[in-house]
Design a protein around this ligand. Structure first.
Ligand code: MG
Length: 202
């Protein structure tokens, strides 16, 4: 197993799905600050506006579920990990309900126990390590045997803060979050290749 990791925690949007969320476009549309994430941006607005903004963000998220597509090799990788006896979970800044719908839509719902899919209402959202620690606590896995896989710096910060390893899915090869990751990949297929090589060497 990669770096001896027994527990694998995945971001969902843009990691197990093909990236399509245009966060900058959403922030511009809602008049939110571009230099903060969407949820933090809402908190900077007057209280009277916040509920309306949250409703708009929810509508945007739900709209994206229908168009979600699985990332290449996501199904094979999850199948391999489960077959190897690894724990697998999802930690998303989306809502848990939307995450479960998205997993259903992309054909990966069966790869995860329902309790192992955490949304922003289940624990303090990433970059807080709370969700990572909650999953590891459920599984009884120490952080040093866990890895967090994601396409954004918040995923990596959450993993590091929890004491886990981190793998950054660098879609465009920019390298900009490489300093937060133990490993940088361009696609999930690289992990699958690594797993297959590791098992053939055993
Ligand atoms: Mg993501």
């Amino acid at each position: 197993m990669y770096l001896g990791c027994h527990a694998w925690i995945f971001d969902l949007d843009g990691t197990l799905t093909v990236p399509m969320h245009d966060f900058a476009g959403l922030k511009a549309q809602l008049g939110l600050p571009l230099d903060r994430d969407v949820l933090a941006g809402i908190e900077t607005r007057p209280e009277a506006e916040r509920d309306g903004l949250r409703v708009a963000v929810r509508a945007w998220e739900v709209e994206h579920v229908e168009n979600a597509r699985p990332a290449p090799h996501a199904g094979s990788l999850l199948g391999w990990l489960r077959g190897a006896g690894c724990e697998v979970g999802i930690l998303t800044r989306n809502t848990r309900a939307t995450a479960l719908e998205t997993l259903e839509r992309i054909g990966l719902r069966q790869a995860f126990a329902a309790d192992d899919v955490l949304g922003r209402e289940c624990a303090s959202p990433k970059p807080s390590p709370a969700g990572v620690l909650a999953l590891l606590g459920r599984w009884g896995t120490p952080p040093e045997r866990a890895v967090v896989v994601g396409d954004y710096v918040h995923d990596l910060e959450a993993g590091r803060a929890a004491g886990a390893r981190t793998i950054w899915l660098d879609h465009d090869g920019s390298g900009r979050f490489a300093g937060h990751a133990d490993r940088v990949i361009r696609g999930l297929g690289e992990l699958l290749d690594h797993q297959a090589n590791a098992s053939s060497q055993v």
